[in-house]
Design a protein around this ligand. Structure first.
Ligand code: SF4
Ligand code: SF4
Length: 470
C-alpha cells in the first residue's frame, strides 16, 4: 500500500472507495473455475493470474492490503475487458464492475512516462472527451488522409515513432473515403409521422468509419424509421471507464443523457456493440452517486438504448437484391456478453438474398481489439488476432461481418497481415451489407462498401510480436 499512501488526500479517499467496491463484488466469487475456459488471455497463457479467477483474487488481495497494487497491475492490465467470463459464471460475479473499480483506483499508480501520460490524457479528455475535440479530430484526420502524409509516414522510418499505432493506421488506409462528418445529418420528417429513432454516432466510429454510420441511417430509413442525429452527443465514455478515467466517463455519460433528453425519439440506436453496452450501463455507472438527480435520468436514457440489430426485424426487412458472398460473423464481445445479443445479427445476415452464411468457429471469443487493447497490449492482441484470422480462413468466407468499431479496425489489421497466396477477405459492418443489398434491389449501383483489400500501402508486413507462453 506504499504507493497509495503517496497520493494526495482526496485521491486516497477515492482509491479506498473504489477498492472497497471492488472487494465487495469480488467476495461473490466462489472460485469454481467455470470462467476459465471462456477467458481468451487464460487460454493463451494458461496462467492463473491471467484468468478471471486469479485476477479477482489479486483485486481482493490489494483491497485487503495484502499485496501492493503494483504487483497486480500487470495481470489486470492484460485483461481485455471482453467480459466473456460473466455469462460463464454460475453465481453471476460482476467482473466488469470489479475491473472498472480496480482500474479507477489504480490509474494514477500506473507506471507511465510523463509524455505517455500526457498523450493519453489529451487523447481521452480533449479529443474524445469533447464534441469540439471530435470535430477537430475529424478535420485533421481528413487532411491527414488526403494530404499524402500517411504514405510519407509509412515509407520512412517515422512510422516507428507510432509504435503499435502504425499498423492500425496502415489498416485504416484501406477504408473507403469517410463520408463528410458535417454533412451526415438526417432529420427526415414524414407525414404521417413514422417511428423516430436517434442514431448514436460514437467517436472513433464517426471519424474513421463514418460511411458505416451513413449506411446504418439509410437502412433504418428504408426499414420505416425517421432518423435523427443529435449534434450535441459525444463519445459514450466506454474507453475512459475501461481505462480507469471514471470521472471523465461519468462526465461524458451526463452530457449524452442531457443531449438526448430533449430528443423526441423512441429509441437511441447504437451501431457499435461496445458503445451500446456502455449506454445501457449508464444507470449502473451512476448508481454509486445516489445523491444526484442523474440516477433516474440515466435509467430512463438506458431504457431507450437499442442495438442496431434489435430495431430491425429479419422477417420484415425492406426488399433487397442478391449479395452473392460467403459471409461469417464475429460477435462483438460487449454485444454478446453484456447486451446478450447473438441471434439478431446472424438472422439479419441470413435474410440477405444470395448470402451463404457460415458460422465462424469461436465467434464468441474476443478478436483482441478490446477498446485500446491493441495499442496497450499489442503482443497478446496480435496473437489473438492471428488465431482468429486462421479460423476465418478455415470457413472459406470472403467477408467478415462485424458489429463493433474496435473489432472492425482489428479485422482490417488482420486482413492486412495476409500472407502471400491467402485469399482476400473483406471486413464489413452488418449495416453496410444490408445497405448494399437494399441499394441493389433499387437498381442502384452497389454501394462502394467497406475496405479495399488491395488498396493498402505497399510496406513490409509487421511481424507478430512475441507472446509469452509457459
Ligand atoms: S466462474 Fe465466477 S465464481 Fe467461478 S471462479 Fe470464475 S468468477 Fe469466480
Ligand atoms: S474480461 Fe475477458 S480477458 Fe478479462 S478476465 Fe474476463 S474473459 Fe478474461
Amino acid at each position: 500500500m506504499r504507493l497509495i499512501t503517496k497520493l494526495p488526500g482526496t485521491r486516497r479517499v477515492s482509491q479506498a472507495r473504489h477498492l472497497q467496491a471492488a472487494r465487495e463484488l469480488a467476495y461473490q466469487c466462489i472460485r469454481c473455475a467455470s470462467c476459465l475456459p471462456a477467458c481468451p488471455t487464460y487460454g493463451a497463457t494458461l496462467l492463473e493470474h491471467h484468468g478471471p479467477r486469479g485476477r479477482i483474487a489479486l483485486v481482493r488481495a490489494v483491497a485487503e492490503q495484502r499485496l501492493a497494487p503494483s504487483e497486480a497491475l500487470g495481470p489486470l492490465d492484460a485483461c481485455i475487458g471482453c467480459r466473456a467470463c460473466e455469462p460463464a459464471c454460475p453465481p453471476g460475479v460482476a467482473y466488469g464492475a470489479i475491473l472498472e473499480h480496480f482500474r479507477a483506483a489504480t490509474e494514477p499508480l500506473r507506471p507511465r512516462s510523463p509524455s505517455a501520460r500526457c498523450a493519453w490524457s489529451i487523447a481521452l479528455r480533449v479529443v474524445l472527451g469533447t464534441p469540439w475535440g471530435l470535430r477537430v479530430a475529424a478535420i485533421m484526420y481528413a487532411v491527414y488522409r488526403k494530404s499524402g502524409l500517411r504514405k510519407l509516414l509509412h515509407r520512412t522510418r517515422m512510422a516507428t515513432w507510432l509504435g503499435p499505432i502504425a499498423e492500425l493506421d496502415l489498416a485504416l488506409a484501406s477504408v473507403r473515403e469517410p463520408e463528410a462528418r458535417c454533412r451526415v445529418r438526417w432529420r427526415v420528417e414524414s407525414a404521417p409521422r413514422r417511428p423516430r429513432v436517434a442514431l448514436f454516432r460514437g467517436c472513433v466510429q464517426d471519424i474513421v468509419l463514418s460511411h458505416v454510420t451513413a449506411a446504418a441511417a439509410r437502412v433504418l430509413q428504408a426499414a420505416g424509421y425517421d432518423v435523427v442525429l443529435s449534434s450535441r452527443q459525444g463519445c459514450c465514455g466506454a474507453l475512459h471507464m475501461h481505462m480507469g478515467y471514471r470521472k471523465d466517463a461519468l462526465r461524458m455519460a451526463a452530457r449524452n443523457i442531457e443531449a438526448f433528453a430533449s430528443e423526441d425519439v423512441e429509441f437511441i440506436v447504437a451501431i457499435a456493440g461496445g458503445c451500446g453496452a456502455a449506454l445501457k450501463e449508464y444507470g449502473n455507472w451512476v448508481a454509486d452517486r445516489p445523491s444526484t438527480d442523474l440516477v433516474p435520468a440515466a435509467a430512463a436514457f438506458a431504457a431507450r438504448v437499442r442495438d442496431f440489430s434489435e430495431v430491425l426485424d429479419a422477417r420484415a426487412l425492406p426488399h433487397m437484391g442478391p449479395v452473392e458472398r460467403t459471409i461469417c460473423y464475429q460477435d462483438s464481445c460487449h454485444l454478446r456478453n453484456v447486451q446478450r445479443i447473438t441471434d439478431g445479427p446472424r438472422a439479419l445476415l441470413q435474410a440477405i438474398p444470395g448470402v451463404r452464411y457460415v458460422e465462424l468457429p469461436g465467434a464468441d471469443r474476443c478478436c483482441g481489439a478490446g477498446g485500446a487493447y491493441n495499442i496497450t497490449q499489442p503482443a497478446m492482441s496480435r496473437y489473438l488476432l492471428d488465431r482468429k484470422m486462421e479460423m476465418v480462413r478455415s470457413t472459406g468466407a470472403t467477408v467478415i461481418a462485424v458489429a463493433n468499431t474496435p473489432c472492425h479496425i482489428q479485422f482490417l489489421m488482420g486482413v492486412l497481415r495476409r500472407k502471400p497466396g491467402e485469399p482476400e477477405i473483406q471486413v464489413l459492418h452488418l449495416a453496410e451489407l444490408l445497405d448494399d443489398a437494399i441499394a441493389r434491389r433499387r437498381g442502384e449501383p452497389p454501394s462502394e462498401t467497406g475496405s479495399d483489400a488491395t488498396a493498402h500501402l505497399t510496406v513490409a508486413r509487421q511481424p507478430s510480436p512475441p507472446i509469452h507462453r509457459p
